[in-house]
Design a protein around this ligand. Structure first.
Ligand SMILES: [Zn+2]
Length: 136
């Protein structure tokens, strides 16, 4: 069973297991390569737990509001809002799936989530200009 650092995904060095505080009190054991990575994953985990609601609202609720301009035929604006909310949320709260974190480490998967968020925002901006808007 290959163990690697949850934060930087290295397999080298002195890997040790630390326990992160869980949301409901029970901790989860993670593997880290150094005290530095342990500190980073502690902070990231605390950040994720305190913002998980914002993350879900930004990813699911706000984009739904972006559908509203569709009623007036503003397809471009609607897409811009949906992409802007989703992408912006991923940039602010770069929480990847546990599978991605397992594969890349939390540091790289957070970076990847931010890059994807930025791409989504750019896509929204481009679509806004490409799609014909109802003139009104
Ligand atoms: Zn590490």
């Amino acid at each position: 069973m290959s163990k690697k650092c949850i934060w930087c995904a290295t397999k080298e060095g002195e890997l040790s297991v630390i326990t992160l505080d869980g949301a409901k009190g029970e901790g989860s054991d993670v593997t880290v390569c150094s005290d530095e990575c342990g500190t980073q994953i502690h902070e990231f985990s605390a950040f994720a737990q305190s913002h998980i609601v914002h993350f879900l609202v930004g990813l699911l609720v706000l984009p739904a509001l972006g559908l509203i301009p569709l009623f007036w035929g503003y397809e471009g604006l609607s897409l811009l809002l949906i992409c802007g909310f989703m992408g912006g949320t991923m940039i602010l709260f770069p929480f990847a799936t546990p599978q991605t974190m397992e594969l890349l480490g939390a540091r790289k998967s957070a970076l990847l989530a931010r890059i994807m968020g930025a791409l989504i925002v750019c896509t929204g901006i481009i679509l806004m200009f490409v799609l014909p808007n109802a003139s009104g």
